[in-house]
Structure formats: C-alpha cells, structure tokens
Design a protein around this ligand. Structure first.
Ligand SMILES: [Zn+2]
Ligand SMILES: [Zn+2]
Length: 422
C-alpha cells in the first residue's frame, strides 16, 4: 500500500463507480475504469504550444465577435443591426437582469475566463519546476467552468431565431456572425485538448493517504476529490493534491438531487404556461408560449426546426427530470440489474441537458434583433427566466447525482449482514 513516489501511475477514485484505480501516466492508450468503463486518463499527450495557439485564437475571435455587427435585419424599409453584446443589453433594457447575466456569462464571459485560464496553465507548463497555487487554482477553474460554456448552444439558438424571422424580414449575416462560428469551433477544439487527467498527472503524488487499488473508496474510508479524483480521507476539508474543497464531494447524494429535481419540475409549469416572449405587430400584442412557438414553426413549414425546438424545450427537460428520479428510485431500492445501462442513461441525460437552453437564446436574439421597431417589436416574457432556471436546476441535479449508488449494492449487502449479526 505504498504511495506512488515515481509518477508512473496516478491513483484515482473513479467518479462514477467509486473504485480505486492506478492509471498509467504515460499510456498512449486511453485508460478506462475496469468496472464501469469511465475514461480515467491516458491517451495521446497534448503539446502545449498548439493548445496555446488554439486558446489564443479562440480568445481573439471571442473579443472580435462581441463587438462586430452580428446580424442585420430589414423589413418595409426599416433596417437594424445587432451585435452579440446586444443579446444581453436589450434584455437589461426590459429589466430581465438575471436572464441578461445568464446569456452573457454562458455565451461569452465563462468561455473567455476558461480560455484565459488555459493560456495561463499551458504557458506555465512550458516552464520547469513545480506548479504553484495560482496554476492549481486555474486548473480547478478550467474543470469547473467547462460545463457552463454554452456558445455552441447559442449558435444553434441564433440559427433557429433567424429561421423564425426570415419569413417577415430580410436577414443579413454580418462579419460578427462568421467570427462567432470560428470562435465556437476553435473553443471546442481547445476544450478537446485540455484533458484534466493529463494536467493532474503532473502534480506530486507523495502525500496521498494510503488506499488499496481494486476496492471501493468508501469501503476504505476514502472519498474521491470531485476535481482531480485523488483519494482523500473522509475528514479532509481540502483535497491534498489540488486544493479543491471536499465539501462538494460530500454534497453528492439523493437528498440534494431530489430537492433540485422537484424545484425544476415546479418551475417547468410556469415555464410552459406563461409567455416566453411577446410580439407586437402593428399595435397588436400577442403572447407566445414555448409550445405556441413550436406550432407556429411547424405551420410555417419549418418542420425540422420545429422538431429541434420541441425536443430541446419540451422533451429534454421532462425526460431528464423523470429519468433522474427513476434512477434515484432504483438506486434507493438497491436494484442490482443493468448497472452499466443505468450509468449510460445517466450520462446521456447529463450531456443532453444543456441543449434545452436553445429557446432562451432564441428569445435573446429575437429581442435584440427586432427591438422596439415601428412595425414590430419582441419583448421577453416571464416564462423565459423560469425556463432558464429549470435548465440550470436540472444541470445541478445531474451534477449532484451520486452514480456510485449504482455500484454500492455489494457493500450494502455486507453492511446488512453485519447489522443482522449485531
Ligand atoms: Zn468506474
Ligand atoms: Zn483534488
């Protein structure tokens, strides 16, 4: 049970099933958890210079896309242009502060912070010597921010809103739109190269509390860090390796997940009953619900877009809440069947959730583009914030969901036997 002195292996606790594993540091083959199949490391080493070049390119494209004209719109001799920044400032104009912050942060601020952190980390990796606390802080930031970057979802939302409005006005895609596409692509490429496992492998392994490979961490009074997966003692307040608070690892559990799911389900009611936006045409105001928007798209002949919005706004949130509740219930019933399939279902549900934000971005783009025109104006409705909060709550529910419960049956059976003997 000696700790690893030479960094040939990285001892981790699988975040999905709680099994302790030693991951070979230099393996070119991806290393997966022997029990649940979760990717734990390995893979081709990334060279720092290319990652730096990509991150820098993405950052420049982000700065340029914020200020250049994004899309132009003209109808009946009136023309208007919007920038990416207008999607937030126009929402502020209608006192939708939270919504404005949410759009600006998920689409632009968080990706930019992410890129700055990547630039810092990879420049530092080019230098010799141990990584300092600042670099560790940025590595933790990179891991945490990644989930909340939604520039790609926004791009799809922008395309949907342009198709929605194309019947009423002539649309001109401006330079900002093309640089934004470039930003999304390069951001995805950068994110793809930033493997958190390869980053953690560069940290010292000396202070790890003893643990046994091939057994559950919980059975050994250990808990995996949510950020770097290092085994920690149950009483540790911060991870010995990356410095992350261990409170987050302890928060995972059915109580918090259930509370978040119930809150999300309740918010889904106003999100669908209230108007998500209001359109005023020639003095007549018409409220639009999410489902109303889908029907309108369908009737105007945009069936594929109608299906995308229907799936993203109606199917995904409902299915996500129901799936997570059923998975929680199965875990609590100590069901041993189809553990791997349940884990797969959880992962799909978790991955797909962020795409529900499409409708929020459609509203943001339409409000910014149409503004208060003489012929037509679009205002954000009360459902928009409710719906955005539903999406965030279901994302948090998926994050706090404890997949380790799927694999705990054996330990629990032992526990039960022990209690029976007592
Ligand atoms: Zn595993
Ligand atoms: Zn850690």
């Amino acid at each position: 049970m000696a700790t690893l002195r030479a960094a040939t292996h990285n001892r981790v606790v699988c975040p999905d099933c709680d099994r302790v594993a030693d991951v070979p540091v230099t393996s070119a083959e991806p290393y997966t958890c022997p029990r649940c199949g979760h990717g734990l490391g390995g893979g081709k080493a990334v060279d720092e210079t290319t990652t730096l070049a990509l991150a820098l390119t993405a950052l420049i494209l982000a700065l340029v896309s914020l200020l250049l004209p994004f899309v132009g719109y003209s109808a009946n001799g009136v023309s208007q242009t919007m920038t990416l920044l207008d999607t937030s400032t126009e929402l502020l104009h209608f006192h939708e502060r939270l919504l404005a912050i949410l759009v600006l942060f998920t689409v632009w601020v968080i990706p930019v912070l992410y890129l700055l952190a990547v630039l810092w980390i990879f420049s530092r990796l080019l230098l010799p010597g141990a990584l300092g606390p600042v670099t560790l802080y940025f590595i933790r930031t990179v891991v945490q921010l990644r989930v909340w970057m939604m520039a790609d979802v926004f791009l799809l939302g922008a395309l949907v809103s342009l198709i929605k409005i194309s019947g009423l006005a002539a649309i001109d895609l401006d330079s900002g739109f093309y640089t934004f596409i470039g930003f999304v692509v390069v951001l995805l490429l950068t994110g793809d190269r930033v493997s958190r496992y390869q980053l953690w492998h560069r940290l010292p392994h000396d202070n790890a509390p003893p643990s046994q490979v091939g057994r559950d961490a919980t059975a050994q009074q250990r808990v995996g860090c949510v950020c770097c997966q290092a085994p920690n003692t149950l009483t540790a307040s911060r991870c010995w390796r990356c410095g992350e608070s261990m409170r987050l690892a302890r928060w995972r559990g059915w109580r918090l997940t259930t509370a978040l799911l119930i809150a999300a389900a309740l918010l889904l009611i106003p999100a669908h009953l209230l108007p998500v936006m209001e359109t005023t045409t020639l003095g007549r105001t018409q409220p639009n619900t999410i489902i109303g928007g889908v029907i309108e798209l369908w009737q105007s002949g945009d069936a594929p877009i109608a299906i995308i919005v229907f799936v993203a706004s109606l199917v995904i949130p409902v299915v996500k809440i129901l799936t997570l509740l059923v998975l929680l219930w199965l875990a609590e019933r100590r069901s041993e069947t189809r553990t791997k399939q349940r884990l797969w279902l959880y992962k799909v549900t978790d991955w797909i959730g962020r795409w529900s934000m499409i409708d929020i971005f459609v509203v943001a783009v339409l409000v910014a583009l149409v503004r208060s025109g003489q012929l037509m104006s679009v205002y954000p409705g009360n459902a928009a914030l409710a719906f955005a909060l539903t999406v965030i709550l279901t994302m948090l529910a998926a994050m706090t969901f404890d997949t380790r419960q799927f694999f705990r049956t054996i330990d629990r059976n032992q526990e039960q036997q022990e209690t029976a003997i007592e």
